[in-house]
Ligand binder design. Structure first.
Ligand code: SF4
Length: 350
């Protein structure tokens, strides 16, 4: 566990991190990207960290990859690449920097390391896990293979390197249906997200899909009744759900898709009022780019994603600690599963 008291002392000895309205004004171009969701007084607290991190990134030849669920100060303030798991995985193969700072959860950093074994991949907090990734091990994959001999294993990218290495191919919520449809044979094993698997089963009825019993602790909190209540209270409300939600929740939505699909849908359709049935930071991050859209709904936050803070990012770049390592033999097999997904996604999109 990180010793935040010592970290704070050390950081304050090297950087001026005092809240500053003057600096906030100076950096108002960055604040303009999150103006709707962050008062200037809060920006005055974050701006010194953003300045220090952006300077350190140059010194270390580092890039920051940030998931759509990061807080606005990370997403808009320090990131070089933002996106969903698929986009970050692909971009991880293209970066030329020596250091990647992964602002997301641990399996994402492992994926970056798997795809970039020669680079240093820093994880600002090693305890930023994921309920899905923690729900299954390589033994679980072996169990499923024994139950369904010959069936290909499609594992969500929200898995550890060991689980990826034991799988035939990976998928993300953006490409899961296409990947499953492209598999040979009648039966496909999907791990570890039972809700994603059941949502894909509806889209790919020609396959018999069997699944592992994992779930995302954020998306499984939403209920179909919540969505009906919000619609009753706000006639005309559009509802967009992430496919990690249970199928009856997805069925109540006007549209379902990955975080990248959600972002595209909102930009394209420009609804007056929308409820994003996903992690709460997503709405905050796309709010300023969609000024005419009012975002409604409960704020379910991912406790793992929220572990990544500006302070921890600054510490990882300052101390160059938190490097993610993956056993080379495991990495090689995991890379095959991730690369097959990337290649197949590109072929299907062409
Ligand atoms: S939102 Fe769900 S799937 Fe994403 S990191 Fe958090 S627990 Fe895992």
């Amino acid at each position: 566990m990180l010793d935040l008291t010592n970290i704070r002392e050390e950081l304050r000895a090297h950087y001026d991190l005092s809240p500053s309205m003057e600096l906030a004004e100076e950096m108002s171009d960055i604040h303009a990207r999150m103006d709707r969701v962050m008062p200037m007084i809060d920006w005055a607290i974050h701006a010194p960290y953003v300045r220090a991190i952006n300077q350190l990134k140059k010194q270390r030849n580092a890039v920051v990859l940030a998931h759509n669920y990061m807080t606005p100060q990370i997403y808009h303030g320090i990131s070089d690449v933002v996106g969903d798991s698929l986009h970050l995985a692909i971009k991880a193969t293209e970066v030329e920097a020596d250091v990647i700072v992964q602002c997301g959860v641990h399996f994402m950093a492992e994926t970056s390391k798997i795809l970039n074994p020669a680079k240093t991949v820093l994880m600002p907090d090693m305890e930023a896990g994921c309920s899905l990734a923690e729900s299954i091990t390589a033994d679980g994959i072996a169990e499923m293979r024994a139950m369904y001999p010959g069936a290909p294993v499609v594992s969500y990218v929200n898995t550890t390197a060991e689980v990826k290495a034991a799988s035939d191919i990976c998928c993300t919520s953006a490409n899961a249906a296409q990947i499953v449809a492209a598999m040979e044979g009648d039966t496909v094993i999907m791990t570890p997200d039972k809700w994603l698997a059941q949502n894909v089963a509806k889209q790919v009825p020609q396959k018999r899909i069997v699944w592992w019993d994992g779930a995302c602790i954020v998306h499984e909190q939403f209920t179909a009744q919540d969505l009906r209540d919000f619609r009753d209270w706000n006639p005309g409300l559009k509802i967009i759900a992430h496919p990690e939600c249970p199928p009856d929740v997805v069925a109540e939505a006007d549209y379902a898709g990955s975080t990248a699909n959600i972002q595209d849908w909102v930009t394209r359709e420009h609804p007056k009022q929308v409820m994003l049935v996903t992690e709460c930071s997503m709405a905050a991050n796309i709010s300023d780019a969609n000024p005419g859209v009012e975002f409604l709904g409960p704020c379910n936050m991912c406790p793992y994603m929220q572990k990544i803070t500006l302070e921890k990012v600054l510490w990882s770049l300052h101390s160059m600690t938190g490097a993610v390592e993956v056993d080379p033999a495991v990495a090689e097999r995991a890379r095959l599963a991730v690369q097959r997904m990337i290649d197949l996604s590109r072929r299907l999109a062409a």
